[in-house]
Design a protein around this ligand. Sequence first.
Ligand SMILES: [Zn+2]
Ligand SMILES: [Zn+2]
Length: 88
Amino acid sequence: MEKKSENQQQKKLCKRCNQTYTPSSNTPSSCRFHPSFFVCRRHDDQKRYYELGPNDPPYAAKFYDCCGAEDPEASGCTTSLHVSYDDD
Ligand SMILES: [Zn+2]
Ligand SMILES: [Zn+2]
């Protein structure tokens, strides 16, 4: 008979946030991420997120498309389960 080693937690790498996690500690709030990309857009295209000041160059607006966070290091605006490369 084969025995599965259930004590041995295999660490997985989340393809969304690039953090390692163990499946047993994976909860719907484990993974913080931005569902959209960090983008750089013309003023005209992103008025709803960021008003450029008079001294800003026209392409200064950079932000996450999902939530408008202007810091690339900003923590994610959405939480979910981690998704490993093995899934889907
Ligand atoms: Zn976001
Ligand atoms: Zn994750």
